[in-house]
Design a protein around this ligand. Structure first.
Ligand code: NAP
Length: 315
């Protein structure tokens, strides 16, 4: 690991972010002899660092712990010559064209191409006990964790498409799913609402918020509050799934590269090219739908290949 990579000449590829997308881009760029630099951020590794068992990453029939899987991604990228900088990027200038400038502390790094893979973060209720019990009954990913809740009674918080999708998905495993929504009408699209209303394993608790999460080492229940009367009560549950939205980690890039109204970076699918030639984006920073480690890794691979082709075309 380096704290101060040489910045006297422009790097071929600088990758910002070190989740599955960034580290897969690094692996492919390193194997193409592009000597990539990954600015991995102080919270390196992405969302899998906060998960426990990952059972849906192909190639690991017995599952892997999320942090271990990410350490292996990193080792594999490093083995082929990826350099890492464990710092946060303070500023980027992309609009002046290649070479691009990335500022890290007092250092300026020049890059012929940039791959943005800073991911997204699930929104949480920001309750102290909720954070303590993540992976112990509390989750923000039904696709990842639903399987562990066979024949259990679960709560899903939220009223948007994600909440309806996750609640519907969870009924494959759970005996009962209760959607807890803070208002008396859903934000979700009609078709997703209809699907959830038609599912007899799904119940709704309207005008209700989760105000505390209960359990020592494992979730046992929550405290619910009625948003109209303010009354609170305890409610036992085996699993609490948050589906209150995600935020792309794109603040650094706003105004530098085209994004949608929520800050997701726009790419020219099926490539990973952004509107700035030489700047590519991969993973959850571009993806509000799939948000899986494997889909992010696939996009990271595409971004490295796109960057390689772009560099070749410049010569
Ligand atoms: P969303 O549409 O922003 O909905 C978030 C929901 O969580 C809202 O119902 C909101 O309540 C609730 N919420 C937010 N903060 C909360 C808090 N602190 N406490 C309690 N509840 C809270 O997010 P999303 O459902 O993740 O969807 C994001 C985008 O992706 C949407 O455009 C959606 O259409 C799209 N999407 C599409 C699909 C699909 O088509 N298959 C699947 C998933 C997502 P309020 O309603 O009161 O604001």
């Amino acid at each position: 690991m380096s704290d101060s990579p040489s910045s006297d000449s422009a790097r071929n590829v600088v990758i910002v972010g070190s989740g599955p997308a960034g580290l897969t881009a690094a692996l492919y760029a390193a194997r193409a002899d592009l000597e990539p630099l990954v600015i991995e951020g102080q919270a390196a590794g992405g969302q899998l660092m906060q998960t426990t068992e990952v059972e849906n990453f192909p190639g690991f029939p017995d599952g892997r712990m999320g942090p271990e899987l990410m350490m292996d991604f990193r080792k594999q990228a490093e083995k082929f010559g990826t350099e890492f900088l464990t710092r946060d990027v303070d500023e980027v200038v992309l609009t002046d064209g290649s070479p691009f400038t990335l500022t890290v502390g007092s250092e300026e790094i020049l890059a012929k191409t940039v791959i943005i893979s800073t991911g997204a973060t699930a929104r949480w209720l920001e309750l102290e006990n909720e954070q303590r019990l993540i992976g112990k009954g509390v989750s923000a990913c039904a696709t990842c964790d639903g399987f562990f809740f066979r024949d259990r009674e679960l709560l899903v918080v939220g009223g948007g498409d994600s909440a309806m999708e996750e609640a519907t998905f969870l009924t494959k495993f759970a005996s009962k799913v209760t959607v807890v929504h803070r208002r008396d009408e859903l934000r979700a699209s009609k078709i997703m609402q209809d699907r959830a209303f038609a599912n007899d394993k799904i119940d709704f608790l309207w005008n209700t918020e989760v105000v505390d999460v209960l359990g020592e080492d494992q979730l046992t229940g929550v405290v619910l509050s009625d948003t109209t009367t303010g009354e609170t009560r305890e409610h036992a549950t085996d699993g609490l799934f948050l589906a209150i939205g995600h935020d792309p980690t794109s603040a650094l890039f706003l105004g530098q590269v085209d994004t949608d109204e929520d800050g997701y970076i726009l790419v020219e699918e099926p490539t990973t090219a952004t509107n700035i030639p030489g700047v590519f984006a991969a993973g959850d920073i571009t993806d509000r739908i799939y948000r899986q480690a494997i889909s992010a890794a696939g996009q990271g691979c595409k971004a490295a290949m796109d960057a390689e082709r772009w560099l070749e075309a410049q010569h």
